[in-house]
Ligand binder design. Structure first.
Ligand code: ATP
Ligand code: MG
Length: 554
């Protein structure tokens, strides 16, 4: 594990271990609601919960928070499990669903009624809201607040039995209508809702509210530290009130700041809209911040974990630059991705002093950062392709690449000189006629003359054709919600598809998920859309200054 100072949650855990509050146990849980796919924000929570358990020899449960019966889908449950595993975490045999505790939670509710701490209320949802008051005015008591416990108990049982229509009654806790914390002004514990549940079917027509379920589930699983995001801070007194009033084992809730990233939407509801409205190609569109999108884009679990480690854990909300995430994947792939040459926008080059049909191989390092990665043979011949932007007919001052009469180094080999420019009928450059200096095979001139530019290339006959998808941020604004509607901030250039890219033969047959570095372009990952002989690559991330280093070495 990387050396670093403890974050505040780890400090809290160590303090609890010191005082023996939980007999030195550390037991956390990751509690996703199965109503969407996991995103990079969830990764922070996963790393935090599973990470804390691992660090202190404890356990972490996976618990689906499925108290809300609508909008649930097994598709989400399965994708969430796959994503947590992919990130590198294991919940062992501790997979739980809040819904499996419905029977116990119901008993807890009866218990509160019997002890005078809950009552059946017949106000409508709107009336409850009116009675609740505001931050500056206290709440008004419900006319049903002082109803005798036996009457509430009877009504609650009849609610469960299905005697009353949806929304006609609720069970409410009897706490404090004058509390400055509105969550304590007699919150609703149960509502009547005839909606089939994806696990319990039609067994229940009353469902507990999230607040009345979450802490009790934590308690039943003997969670020690219930780590959640800051918006639950105001719910903590309620969390504590329930476990105290019920006299059950008490975990402690600790809140941390959720992850926000520039240029990135993190709301599950809005991500769902993007998918549903066809604004992206699906949950796993490589522009999505979902874990499946990042995976398809070429992100590795190691990079995401390193990112989560780097951003730390704080109590104050903030927004992280998306570049921090990009750096994490760059660093990881720099170490492990084999280098290849890929020409994304090809321009034909004929090397006139190389005879037709002659092919010679250059031996190039697969990864200068990793000598164990070995070398590969790259064919060189008379017919090449170079990057269109590596040639300019009238180069500006600081342009060191190819131009008429100019010499550059071909990556891995000869100096190449542009002797003549061939144009098509429209006057566009269609081909360059060039020559090499045979004495420069190793990339150096015996006479000591220098070239300032080194360009990549592929040999036409051996190159393989591929589609390459170049991504930019999905939004044009650091805050996608700026102006109130993220749709207005969608980036029209977030996807560019290049159909006729030419790649070095070493990538032929690469399987989906395989990541490589196209020298000078960035890191790219084979997309599952690839077919036999028709590779599709996604650009994971562009390079920054890696190329500058290569040039210095040569
Ligand atoms: P919703 O917006 O539907 O309430 P959510 O984003 O809170 O969803 P959950 O499925 O409830 O998603 O989240 C599971 C866990 O992940 C929760 O503990 C939640 O606090 C945490 N989490 C969600 N979003 C982030 C985020 N951006 N940063 C850190 N943790 C997050
Ligand atoms: Mg939530």
């Amino acid at each position: 594990m990387e050396e670093r100072s403890l974050h505040f949650i780890e400090q809290e855990i160590e303090e609890d271990n010191r005082t023996g509050r939980y007999e030195k146990r550390v037991h956390t849980r990751f509690p996703p609601e199965p109503n969407g796919y996991l995103h990079i924000g969830h990764a922070k929570s996963i790393c935090l919960n599973f990470g804390a358990a691992a660090r202190y020899g404890g356990l972490c449960n996976l618990r689906f928070d499925d108290t809300n019966p609508t909008k649930k889908d097994v598709e989400y449950v399965e994708s969430i499990m796959a994503d947590v595993r992919w990130l590198g975490f294991d919940w062992g045999d501790r997979l739980f669903y809040a819904s499996q505790y419905f029977g116990q939670i119901y008993e807890y509710a009866e218990n509160l009624i019997r002890t005078g701490k809950a009552y059946v209320c017949e106000l409508s949802a709107d009336q409850i809201r009116e009675h609740r008051g505001t931050l500056t005015s206290p709440g008004k008591p419900s006319p049903w607040r002082e109803r005798p416990a036996p009457e509430s108990l009877d009504l609650f049982r009849r609610m469960r039995a299905g005697e009353f229509p949806d929304g006609s009654r609720t069970l409410r806790a009897k706490i404090d209508l004058a509390s400055g914390n509105i969550n304590l002004r007699d919150p609703v514990l149960y509502r009547i809702l005839r909606a089939p549940h994806h696990r319990t079917g039609t067994t229940w027509c009353i469902y507990p509210m999230y607040d009345f379920a979450h802490g009790q589930c934590d308690s039943l699983e003997r969670i020690t530290h219930s780590i959640c995001t800051l918006e639950f801070e105001d719910h903590r007194p309620l969390y504590d009130w329930f476990v105290q009033s019920l006299g059950i084992y008490a975990p402690r809730q600790i809140e941390f700041a959720r992850l926000n990233l520039t240029y990135t939407l993190m709301s599950k509801r809005k991500l769902l809209e993007l998918v549903r409205d066809g604004l992206v190609r699906g949950w796993d569109d490589p522009r999505m911040p979902t874990l499946c999108g990042l995976r398809r884009r070429g992100y590795t679990p190691e990079a995401i974990r390193a990112f989560c480690q780097r951003i730390g854990v704080a109590k104050m909300n903030s927004t992280i630059e998306v570049g921090v995430l990009e750096n994490a994947i760059r660093e990881d792939l720099n170490r492990r991705a084999p280098r290849v040459m890929g020409v994304l926008r090809p321009l034909r080059v004929v090397v006139e002093n190389v005879p037709e049909g002659r092919v010679e191989d250059f031996e190039l390092a697969n990864n200068p950062e990793d000598t164990a990665a070995g070398t590969r043979r790259v064919p060189f011949s008379r017919d090449l392709f170079i990057e269109r932007e590596d040639f300019m007919e009238e180069p500006p001052k600081k342009y060191f690449r190819l131009a008429p009469g100019r010499e550059v180094r071909l990556r891995g080999g000869y100096f190449l000189k542009c002797d003549r420019v061939v144009k098509d009928a429209q006057g566009a450059v269609s081909e360059l006629r060039c020559s090499i200096d045979p004495a420069t095979r190793g990339g150096q001139a015996p006479d000591g003359r220098k070239v300032k530019g080194t360009i990549h290339w592929v040999s036409a006959a051996q190159a393989i054709r591929a589609e390459v998808r170049i991504y930019e941020t999905l939004f044009t604004r650091p805050d996608p919600d700026e102006g109130g509607d993220y749709r207005r901030n969608l980036n029209p250039r977030s996807l560019e598809v290049l159909k006729d890219c030419l790649l070095e033969r070493s990538v032929a047959g690469a399987a989906p998920g395989k990541t490589v570095q196209f020298e000078r372009h960035g890191y790219f990952c084979v997309d599952p859309d690839s077919r036999e002989g028709a590779l599709v690559f996604n650009r994971t991330v562009s390079l920054r200054d890696t190329w500058a280093k290569i040039q210095e070495k040569e």
